[in-house]
Design a protein around this ligand. Sequence first.
Ligand SMILES: Cc1cc2nc3c(=O)[nH]c(=O)nc-3n(C[C@H](O)[C@H](O)[C@H](O)COP(=O)(O)OP(=O)(O)OC[C@H]3O[C@@H](n4cnc5c(N)ncnc54)[C@H](O)[C@@H]3O)c2cc1C
Length: 523
Amino acid sequence: MNYDAVVIGAGHNGLAAAVELAARGWSVAVVEAKDEPGGAVKTREVTLPGFRHDLCAMNLSMFAGSAFFNKNKDALFAHGLGIVPAADCFASVFRDHTWLGVSTDLDATAARIAALSRKDADAWKAMLGEFGSDAPHIFGLLGSPMPSLAAAKVAWKAWRARGTGWLYDTMKLLLSSPRDFLDARFEHPKVKTMMAAWGLHLDFAPDIAGGALFPYLESMANQAFGMVIGQGGADTIIRSMTALLKSKGGELILGNAADRIETSGGAATGVRLADGRVLKANRAVIANAHPQLVFGKLLAPDPARAAFDARIAKFRAGPGTMMIHLALDGLPDWRAGGELRKFAYVHVAPDLEMMSRVYAEAVGGLLPGEPALVVGQPTALDPGRAPEGKHILWVQVRVLPAEIRGDARGEISGTDWDQVKDAYADRVLGVLEGYAPGLGGKILGRSVFSPVDLERENPNLVGGDNLSGSHHLDQNFLFRPVAGFSRYKTPVKSLYLCGASTWPGAGTGAGSGFMLAGMLGGK
Ligand SMILES: Cc1cc2nc3c(=O)[nH]c(=O)nc-3n(C[C@H](O)[C@H](O)[C@H](O)COP(=O)(O)OP(=O)(O)OC[C@H]3O[C@@H](n4cnc5c(N)ncnc54)[C@H](O)[C@@H]3O)c2cc1C
């Protein structure tokens, strides 16, 4: 079988690349090891029939803000895409059982902040004003190949429009830790905590350089645009992308792993599947697979590549994560207030000190004593994901060790995730019970995915790392996955990488797949 391009992996980046190339007339096949496409974007009934849980990603704001979506939205909607907006986006609960949250109604957000600090409410509004002018430049940079003329043009235009001072401030933002950035702008610890929680979605504890950008962007983007989730489940993006791909003549082969990337004369020529078939790729093999899988397993060793392979072998995973899915009789009764039930995300990470502690424990191999949680309430917005009157809860535990050396509280013994995951999930639910008494009594079903289970679901999540590679500065921008290869090319001619391990990294923004297709197939 002959194709112009064979894509390994039906994550949303691989699918975006395939859709874009098929639209330019390329014949494309996407091969996926698992029986269902989507990678880290899947929705499944993992607790009880009728309860549809987003196994991994739930928040689709990055997808809705992406260049891929912007270009293809009409076709995606025609192929069944459904998105649900959240006006009450994210909130934090604190130890004194108060809360602070961001809603798209600026007056409502500002009033909540002003009740803590009038100065901070003014600072929030000022930051939002600046975001209005900064956003096109920052998103322009995040949406350009790195490095590229396009990125240089964005920086040049920004400098012309905003001046040298702005450029320095933006560079400072890119380099700052969450704490340094937030301390310089806000005074109330609860305001800083509410924003800093976004750093933990990536692998940025409060004091890690480079961690300020995500809390800034998420806080301001949620305030300005709100959050979106998928109608019926996050897999709506995957179902519509695969349908769109097929409508353009693309092929999707499921349940058949790529076993080997075939090469000849130093160039990739095709892909051998687990069932022995060989798919010839006349123009490109695109791997939406973790680079360590590509260069460690799928390619035959080659002494000419040794130095590159050694650098790829050192590409670091971020800490692991755990997902706990609950089928519920009713939404949590948050002690901090009933209004919290309306929020898409409630962060249970009540101060910067605990965020630092959780991170230090996790990277040191300890099960954190007080886990940091992202509690998603999708049925508050999209009730159809559960039977009438029932609900689901999406609980992501940030951050955890991939390999366990001990327990910070000294209570859980065992170092095998399969053995300790339920005990750890009990700890998590114990913490939640403190913030939402009675939650335990509402649970109808539960399903726990440890870091190891997540890697079993998707081999790109090495050690349960939801980022497919740490986002720290030395592995981001020009350095993702390694310096000199941030533009998706590899030392093997006609073999390209895309996906969360490549620029611009993790999340549902489809950036690498979209940009790679643009570079291969012209605009
Ligand atoms: C628990 C969790 C929660 C998250 N929450 C959010 C969120 O709310 N919002 C957000 O924006 N992002 C979130 N993310 C991040 C986001 O989901 C991922 O970064 C993104 O989906 C990665 O997409 P991808 O296309 O790069 O690859 P992946 O989704 O990782 O897909 C890669 C695919 O390649 C396949 N594959 C690998 N090797 C082979 C092979 N040899 N042969 C065939 N197929 C192969 C895999 O099976 C997989 O299907 C979350 C991630 C996790 C894990």
